[in-house]
Design a binder for this molecule. Structure first.
Ligand code: AMP
Length: 298
């Protein structure tokens, strides 16, 4: 590696409380927020790079939000790699890392009889009841509630989200619109490894064989993309054929859903639909649940 590859930018300022953030705010100028749960990878780096183009200051939040995990989800084993995350933020040019403890985000958690003591939450409406919302009840409510808190704590001019979580992006955009929140939302295309697997913090759970099986998700999406000229049912048939094969792989891929939806509403498109759509998939490989999607034009 050349010397310049090591010449990293100044270390970001780490803040953990609302008061520390408020004290910094007058110095921040135009601010971009990149909300993350840590275990940073190339996808997050792409978000930070996009954020740098939009603002003077990039705040990366790192918070594994318990409110968006269901009782059988992976909250306890979710990867936590704070030191490496800080180095990644420094290298990518983040200015501030906001890494609050749980009691800063959920002040009543310690004294609540059950749960996190969060009585008032943000509901996603009907868009939050389908697909990810159907398979992960309460997920989008948890996401929107923590994103709303982060917006109010950081007060960014723009917040940057990944297309990788397409439904989350759509639901966040809808919250901003429906609640008149004073923030712009920017989206960044999905980053993939060379073999097509979308980068994800959860990829570390995959064994070598599981990772190989998991490539069926992106293969299915790309097959659907190639069939776009044939309309909605051709897209779904092409993608489904790949997933059907993958159901017999070792280890098998077990889909939760495959759907072709309107990117803004997440309503499934009709056969005659023309224009933008997004092909979304969620599937289990072993104990790991993966999601992916590809935007396409019909
Ligand atoms: P997470 O830390 O998984 O909650 O993700 C934080 C942000 O990074 C979200 O806006 C995600 O959509 C985005 N993100 C995660 N993986 C990718 C990826 N492979 N490409 C682009 N953005 C991503």
């Amino acid at each position: 590696m050349t010397q310049s590859a090591f010449s990293s930018r100044p270390a970001p300022t780490v803040v953990r409380t609302a008061e520390e953030l408020a004290a910094l705010r007058p110095e921040l100028g135009r601010t971009a927020l990149v909300p993350t749960m840590g275990a940073l990878h190339d996808g997050h780096r792409a978000l930070i790079a996009a954020a740098r183009e939009q603002a003077d200051t990039v705040v990366v939040s790192i918070f594994v939000n318990p409110l968006q995990f269901g009782p059988n989800d992976d909250l306890d084993r979710y990867p936590r790699t704070f030191d490496a995350d800080l180095a990644a933020c420094a290298q990518a040019g983040a200015t501030v890392v906001f890494a609050p403890p749980v009691d800063v985000m959920y002040p009543d958690a310690a004294t609540a009889a059950t749960g996190l003591g969060q009585l008032v939450t943000v509901g996603p409406g009907p868009m939050g009841e389908v697909l990810e919302g159907e398979f992960r009840p309460g997920f989008f409510q948890g996401v929107l509630t923590v994103v709303a808190k982060l917006f109010n704590l950081v007060r960014p001019d723009v917040a940057v989200f990944g297309q990788k979580d397409a439904q989350q992006l759509a639901v966040v955009r809808r919250m901003v619109r429906d609640l008149c929140l004073p923030v712009d939302i920017a989206a960044v295309p999905t980053r993939r490894d060379d073999d097509g697997l979308a980068t994800s913090s959860r990829n570390v759970y995959l064994s070598v064989k599981e990772r190989h099986s998991a490539l069926a998700l992106s293969r299915a999406l790309f097959a659907g993309e190639r069939a776009a000229g044939g309309g909605a049912s051709a897209v779904l048939a092409a993608a489904r054929a790949v997933l059907n094969d993958a159901a017999h792989a070792a280890p098998p891929v077990s889909p939760d859903y495959l759907a072709l939806v309107d990117p803004a509403t997440f309503v499934e498109v009709e056969q005659g639909h023309s224009g933008d759509a997004v092909l979304v998939v969620a599937a289990w490989v072993g104990e790991t649940r993966l999601i992916d999607n590809v935007p396409l034009t019909l």
